[in-house]
Design a protein around this ligand. Structure first.
Ligand code: ZN
Length: 421
């Protein structure tokens, strides 16, 4: 496999396995590429028409072209812009069909360039409008273009559907709506899922669950799952809000269960204060991991710096398991992590997209956090987690400074050694 294959393959496995938060309530505005999009779903024809206008911000010097992965199931209707020389769409490119747009003049770093892209077709994945009365524009299906460079962007999307029995899910606002208009809250390298459903036909419903003092919206066609998940969500929020989330409490969120089987669509992810869930409702540990991403959503996605999101969400999940199911269960998990960690290389500086990349951030990272907690004690460890959130730490370098400030230079040194061996 070439580098791009490795990146995307691992990216997809990562999403598959888990989820990535793309939200930040604090609206740290950094200039970025902005995309204004219009989507029209045709239910009967299982057809999509898309028009995307890019205010592209070059992130490197002398850019003469841009490439996107895009489903080969569409045809390109137009690529327009003053600086657009032409485009090619290679439906057979590996690892994925690739649209390449060539520029007339090179675009310098930090320079903007406007162009628009129109395409249409019948996506083979996601348009399950007959079988499950469900349309799912999941990022992994590449129905919306993904920069091959995985660069960040923000967007606003207007989506409409030609069949009024279908409505959209606006998970961020926890509601069902006829025409969808939504914006990304923070730069991300993919679009959030866009979902439309005929709720009368597939039995989907919005179940509002009050758990403790929390409001949980569970969109599901199974009322039993809704109350089970709602109650578990209450316990999870209680625990996180009184530990690392103490200074940035969350009181409501949405969980969506798709009306189609796990064997068809396995991806679970979180974005904003919403979770799209695929596992059985008893898998409360995975739910806890996704909820933890409401707080842990930092670190460069292209390197093992992603451990700042994933290892922390994973260890938060285990802390919840310890709280909810007891020390024995927790110790059993830690023993397993310790054994698997021994076979892994250093977390820092290794390839996030190597075959061991997921092991580094989902196994070794949480194991090292457990060792740190054992060394400094649970109270100090909690103080460390609160401080990381308070300072919105985005790099390992900053994390080590926080660790030193709440403990000692010696603790920092030993933890840093652990990350590097
Ligand atoms: Zn995760």
């Amino acid at each position: 496999m070439n580098i791009a294959t490795n990146i995307i393959f691992a990216l997809m496995i990562g999403l598959f396995y888990d989820g990535t938060s793309s939200s930040d309530d604090h609206h740290e505005e950094k200039p970025t590429t902005f995309i204004d999009g219009q989507l029209l779903f045709s239910v009967k024809e299982k057809h999509l028409k898309a028009r995307l206008s890019y205010a592209y911000l070059a992130t490197d010097s002398a850019r003469t072209s841009l490439s996107f992965f895009l489903t080969p199931d569409v045809k390109i209707d137009a690529v327009e812009g003053r600086n657009v020389k032409g485009h090619t769409f290679d439906a057979r490119a590996k690892p994925f069909a690739t649209l390449k747009i060539d520029f007339i003049d090179a675009v310098a770093k930090d320079e903007r360039m406007n162009f628009s892209l129109a395409y249409s077709g019948k996506p083979s994945k996601g348009f399950w409008s007959e079988e499950y009365k469900w349309i799912d524009v999941d990022p992994d299906f590449m129905i919306l273009p993904l920069f091959t460079t995985l660069e960040n962007f923000t967007y606003q999307i207007n989506a409409s559907v030609d069949d009024k029995t279908f409505t959209f899910y606006d998970l961020d606002k926890g509601r069902v709506t006829e025409d969808l208009f939504f914006s990304s809250l923070t730069p991300s390298y993919y679009f959030n899922p866009i979902l439309a459903s005929n709720n009368k036909a597939n039995g989907m419903g919005a179940n509002k669950v009050m758990a403790n003092t929390y409001n949980i919206n569970v969109f599901s066609n199974k009322p039993d799952s809704a109350s089970y998940v709602g109650n578990a969500a209450g316990r999870i929020l209680d625990f996180f809000n009184t530990t690392f989330g103490a200074e940035d409490k969350v009181s409501s969120f949405s969980v969506l269960y798709r009306p189609l089987p796990y064997s068809i669509h396995k991806i679970t992810r979180s974005f904003g204060h919403s979770i799209v869930f695929s596992k059985g409702h008893h898998d409360i540990a995975t739910l806890a991991h996704e909820v933890a991403h409401f707080w842990w959503h930092r670190g460069d996605a292209l390197t093992t710096e992603k451990w700042l999101s994933e290892s922390f969400a994973e260890y938060s999940e285990y802390m919840f398991v310890r709280h909810d199911q007891g020390e024995d269960k927790f110790n059993e998990i830690m023993k397993n992590l310790a054994e698997r960690s021994e076979k892994l290389p250093a977390l820092l500086g290794n390839d996030r997209f190597s075959p061991q990349g997921d092991g580094l951030i989902y196994v070794k990272g949480p194991y090292l956090l457990n060792q740190l907690e054992n060394k400094i004690g649970r109270d100090k460890f909690q103080e460390f987690l609160v401080e990381l959130n308070r300072k919105k730490v985005e790099t390992t370098t900053d994390l080590l400074m926080v660790l030193e400030s709440i403990s000692s230079a010696q603790v920092r040194k030993e933890f840093e050694e652990g990350l590097n061996k």
